[in-house]
Design a protein around this ligand. Structure first.
Ligand code: ZN
Length: 334
């Protein structure tokens, strides 16, 4: 099944052709209609129950003077349906959107204290964000994280500069001029299942009862299918066949691209070969329902492709959808 997952469900207008137009970028950075998303360290300006906050130029004008890291995210046509927390104040036209890293500023700075919202971790914001906000957050946080880790050239050690609206990094040493592009780490994530049960695992540091699909990074000179088979063997000792592509998902914590698969087991005896998982178990649909109801089992959040993998398998063999079952359980608790 091919489907768009959270963090890429809305196609952003990246307006890539403008990234090399420095004059246009400067004009838009100074445009009172432009929108700005702010990051400080690992946190983003947001509203805990509503998601990412878009600031207007007048709110960030003083912050723009001393920026080390910023990125042009793209444009959005202005309309009353524009998805930000401050609707109603936008004028017509093409609105540019930027992400600014203001980590170098003290949070007690009076300019920062005037900003709307509070500093939130991106995982928390993603859980309450709209699909468009989720896509913006994924793009912005991956790029600004990349900036922070590439301030010096990996070839000669000289300081780097940002190019192309923050989408390229260039070495400032004229004898080097090494250019780097945003880093994305491919990872496979897979639901191993047969008709009756699926394989889920839990990591030691997860909250009690939390189980999810197996996953891991793709290694050099390895196909995605080989990575699926290797990771399942390493984490559970189970041999699989027939890895089938399901969907993909950008996972901006900090820069993964999750490539989701299903796979068929040819053995069922579990052996934890590496230290990735504290536990791995087979779950029938009935066990999932019973343990969700009893509170023993917690599945990944709806924004994660892991949840989609589990739901798609579960729903093929049960009358009530898994999302309805989980909603009922949560409604009873609250
Ligand atoms: Zn260099």
């Amino acid at each position: 099944m091919n489907q768009a997952n959270f963090f890429s469900r809305v196609s952003l207008d990246r307006t890539g052709e403008k990234r090399h137009n420095q004059q246009w970028l400067v004009k838009k950075l100074l445009d009172e209609k432009s929108l700005f998303y702010l990051c400080h360290g690992e946190q983003w300006l947001g509203i805990p129950e509503k998601g990412l906050v878009a600031c207007f130029h007048q709110q960030v004008a003083k912050l723009l003077k001393h920026l080390d890291s910023w990125v042009f995210l793209g444009t959005v046509p202005c309309s009353s349906e524009t998805d930000c927390c401050q609707e109603g104040a936008l004028s017509k036209g093409e609105i540019a959107e930027f992400a600014l890293d203001i980590s170098h500023l003290d949070l007690s700075d009076s300019e920062l204290e005037k900003l709307p919202g509070e500093w939130c971790y991106p995982r928390e914001l993603a859980m309450v964000s709209s699909e468009r906000q989720g896509s913006l957050l994924a793009m912005a946080s991956t790029l600004l994280h990349w900036h922070r880790r590439h301030q010096f050239c990996g070839c000669c050690g000289n300081k780097t500069t940002l190019e192309a609206g923050g989408h390229e990094i260039l070495c400032s040493n004229l004898d080097c001029q090494h250019k780097t592009y945003p880093r994305i780490d491919p990872s496979v994530i897979m639901l191993v299942h047969d008709q009756t049960s699926c394989l889920l695992g839990r990591q030691e540091q997860w909250q009690a009862g939390r189980f999810s699909t197996l996953a891991g990074y793709v290694e050099p000179a390895e196909s995605l299918e080989q990575a699926v088979a290797r990771e399942v063997m390493e984490e559970s000792g189970i041999k699989i066949i027939d890895p089938i592509y399901h969907s993909s998902q950008p996972w901006p914590f900090p820069n993964s691209l999750m490539l989701a698969f299903t796979a068929t087991p040819v053995s069922r005896d579990i052996t934890l070969h590496d230290q990735e998982l504290a536990e791995a178990r087979w779950f029938t649909r009935q066990e999932i329902v019973d343990q969700l109801n009893s509170g023993e089992l917690k599945l990944p959040p709806t924004i994660a492709v892991a949840r989609q993998l589990i739901e798609d398998w579960f729903n093929q063999g049960w009358d009530t959808s898994l999302s309805n079952i989980i909603q009922s359980v949560e409604a009873e608790k609250s």
